[in-house]
Design a protein around this ligand. Structure first.
Ligand SMILES: Cc1cc2nc3c(=O)[nH]c(=O)nc-3n(C[C@H](O)[C@H](O)[C@H](O)COP(=O)(O)OP(=O)(O)OC[C@H]3O[C@@H](n4cnc5c(N)ncnc54)[C@H](O)[C@@H]3O)c2cc1C
Length: 382
């Protein structure tokens, strides 16, 4: 799964160059227009990002969680939305690689790695987000097919993607409910349609959609793992990497906001000196840089454990919780440093301020995250 350090350094250097040359110049314009960055997506395919964490034997880059999280942070230092185009796709891929049958791995993973098939995960429904066992989308067996009926919402890549991992109820009467939940890989087709594109405060340019399933038939061969009743655990297993990924976004954004505030504070002058020389601004800069550094270290700690195949739900939860809050706080502090100009779309800090709160919601809200952390603390102390 892991490469030697020099190969990983080369990959990071390539990403660095791409971020500066391709991503930074278009971020403002595409975000303001809420326009999908189609050219960037093609470049992501060439960079191998759709296969970043997929094993090399299935055509992916086989990157460690540590290298992957550095890539995610680097992108989010500049613009968070493009990372979402491959992040949730890779959660789908990790569900197949960890829990899929051999035939499913051989069929789907090479197509996921090239981006020929790409999408994300469909868990949330209008009436069930944190409480996933409350979903209502039903999959009913019919010969060698399952027929899906129901609605998903807030699904990232729901419009531009062509394939999604969809969590369903195959036995709505099961008790506890998770025993009746199953995950399917669904390629778009008749009966699987987009209800509407959702408007958002931030995280623009990436599509979030309501998806409607009306008598949509999916081959029984696409039931992940080939056995009903395992979907909830399969999804929960993918969330550790998902949380490290959100944490990496937060650490990147916290650092990006700090850098913007620092450079602005060194340029902007009031009362005869740069505002970076006023103590009130210095206190903010110091707090922001400390928060960003702590977030980065927590991400590395969780990713290291993940790469050593150790249980890391506590560490991933801590990293996700702290880094997402750091991104929100640093965006707000940077707004203060920018004064009136923070309110202008001419400066990128207003985008950070709109994008960051999503990190406190996705992959388990920060309320749920703290519950996971505390439960693990008790379990480890028992
Ligand atoms: C831009 C965006 C992209 C998204 N992308 C995806 C995607 O690709 N796929 C997908 O499946 N979903 C996606 N989501 C949905 C997201 O995962 C959910 O919004 C999230 O899980 C929270 O669910 P909810 O919105 O239903 O809130 P609810 O579960 O209704 O929670 C509301 C509030 O109650 C709190 N709460 C809930 N239960 C408890 C409890 N037991 N104890 C204490 N507090 C509690 C929550 O923390 C929250 O503050 C996305 C959402 C957004 C906004």
């Amino acid at each position: 799964m892991s490469h030697d350090a020099s190969v990983e350094q080369q990959i990071l250097a390539t990403i660095d160059k791409w971020v500066e040359q391709e991503l930074r110049p278009i971020a403002c314009e595409f975000d303001q227009a809420d326009e999908y960055p189609g050219d960037l997506v093609e470049q992501m395919k060439e960079l191998g990002l759709f296969g970043a964490t997929i094993s090399e034997e299935y055509g992916g880059l086989g990157l460690s969680a540590s290298t992957y999280s550095r890539i995610v942070s680097r992108i989010c230092e500049v613009w968070m939305a493009p990372s979402g185009i491959f992040n949730s796709h890779l959660i789908m891929a990790s569900c197949v690689e960890r829990a899929g049958t051999q035939a499913q791995k051989e069929h789907f993973l090479p197509k996921f790695a090239t981006g020929e098939l790409r999408g994300g995960i469909g868990l949330t429904e209008p009436d069930a987000g944190s409480d996933l066992q409350g979903i209502r989308l039903v999959a009913k067996k019919d010969g060698d097919q399952y027929v899906l009926n129901g609605t998903k919402t807030w699904i990232s890549n729901g419009i531009k993607g062509n394939c999604l991992a969809v969590l369903t109820k195959t036995d709505p009467s099961a008790s506890p409910p998770h025993r009746g939940m199953s995950l399917f890989i669904c390629e778009k087709g008749e009966g699987f349609s987009v209800g509407k594109k959702l408007k958002k405060l931030g995280y623009r340019s990436i599509d979030s959609a309501e998806l409607i399933f009306e008598d949509f038939s999916v081959p029984a061969d696409n039931l992940v793992g080939g056995e009903e009743g395992k979907g909830f655990q399969q999804v929960a297993g993918g969330l550790e990497l998902g949380r490290i990924n959100i944490a990496a976004r937060g650490a990147g954004m916290a650092k990006g906001a700090t850098n913007m505030a620092l450079h602005y504070a060194m340029d902007r002058r009031t009362f005869g000196k740069a505002i970076a020389e006023h103590q009130a601004i210095q206190l903010k800069l110091a707090e922001m840089s400390t928060r960003a550094a702590a977030a980065e270290l927590l991400v590395h700690q969780a990713a290291d454990k993940f790469d050593r195949h150790e249980r890391c739900d506590l560490e991933a939860g801590q990293a996700k919780f702290f880094a997402s809050e750091a991104a929100v706080q640093n965006s707000l502090d940077a707004m203060r440093v920018f004064g009136g100009y923070s309110y202008s779309p001419e400066y990128e800090i207003e985008r950070f301020y709109r994008d960051a709160p999503l990190l406190c919601i996705g992959e388990g809200t920060n309320e749920i995250q703290r519950m996971i952390i505390a439960k693990q603390m008790v379990a480890r102390a028992t």
